[in-house]
Design a protein around this ligand. Structure first.
Ligand SMILES: C[S@@+](CC[C@H](N)C(=O)[O-])C[C@H]1O[C@@H](n2cnc3c(N)ncnc32)[C@H](O)[C@@H]1O
Length: 276
């Protein structure tokens, strides 16, 4: 691939970020730059695009092409029971307290293709809470939300997911939750009967409900400090008092302005409880 110097390329990406905001309304200006530059470069390489103009043309004339670009730039990698100790901790430290509420509302922010959501739903089912829980599963990317709704994951991942399920305190036969068909595992759609799938952009959209638990893992790492702070404030606004925030191992509340108002329930898995 023939690309201009790094500095010029970065400048061109900055211009592109502004154009994307204008054209599609997606604001990437708060994302961690190194990762955006790397991903745009990789995307251009994969598509055989030699310069920014060659990227710009399909990007602004073909919304499907833009969706593919969006998916590449925003990193959708996920798995079921990712970091099983996080789910074990939810099961042991959070769900018993949530079970005292007559009706539970959860926000899975940046849910990607749904593996995290189905893991959560399985946990809720096993703890007897699924029927009285409403989950809002949101992501910036509509394509991954459509996949999440389907609950179809490659059967090749099942051995790893089964091990992670048991490490997360799984209580049943994992195979009871899905049916295998032509290389895929289709998870029981009853698990997501009470789930609302909803496009929501953490960089620009507002709070839309109040929740007892918010999960947002492996999303903030792609954002710069300022955007991280915006999102954490959004979560703070969206949590009931004594509500829980699960950020996972890679993210923290530590440097944030909202941190004095939270207790760490699990320091390793970064699960916090909002003070009264
Ligand atoms: C690496 S995945 C994490 C999926 C899942 N939470 C997990 O931990 O396995 C990051 C997700 O964040 C989403 N995302 C990125 N920017 C976003 C934004 N501004 N608003 C909402 N979702 C965003 C991406 O589309 C992607 O699906």
């Amino acid at each position: 691939m023939k690309l201009s110097s790094d500095a010029q390329f970065e400048q061109e990406v900055e211009v592109l970020i502004g154009e994307i905001k204008q054209h599609y309304g997606y604001d990437f200006s708060g994302y961690a730059r190194a990762s955006v530059y790397r991903r745009v470069k990789r995307f251009m390489g994969q598509k055989g695009l030699e310069n920014m103009q060659q990227l710009r043309e399909p990007l602004f004339s073909d919304s499907f092409f833009f969706e593919v670009f969006l998916q590449d730039v925003t990193v959708n990698v996920t798995e079921m029971f990712r970091d099983p100790s996080f789910f074990l901790s939810l099961r042991q430290n959070v769900l018993p307290l949530l079970s005292t509420y007559p009706y539970i509302k959860i926000w899975d922010a940046g849910c990607s293709t749904g593996e995290e959501l189905f893991s959560l739903a399985i946990l809720l089912q096993e703890e007897g809470l699924l029927n009285r829980t409403k989950i809002y599963a949101t992501d910036i990317n509509q394509k991954v939300l459509r996949q999440a709704k389907e609950g179809i994951f490659p059967v090749s991942r099942i051995p790893a997911y089964t091990a992670a399920y048991y490490a997360a305190g799984g209580k049943q036969e994992f195979s009871g939750y899905y049916r295998s068909n032509y290389g895929n595992a289709k998870f029981n759609s009853e698990l997501v009967r009470n789930v609302v799938f909803y496009p929501h952009n953490l960089a620009t959209d507002s709070s839309f409900n109040e929740f007892h638990l918010i999960l947002c893992r492996n999303v903030l790492i792609y954002f710069g400090r300022e955007l991280q702070e915006r999102v954490l404030n959004l979560f703070d606004e969206s949590l009931v008092s004594l509500g829980y925030l699960g950020l996972g191992k890679k993210e923290t509340l530590a440097m944030s302005g909202i941190s004095p108002y939270y207790n760490a329930v699990d320091k390793t898995n970064r699960i916090y409880r909002k003070l009264n």
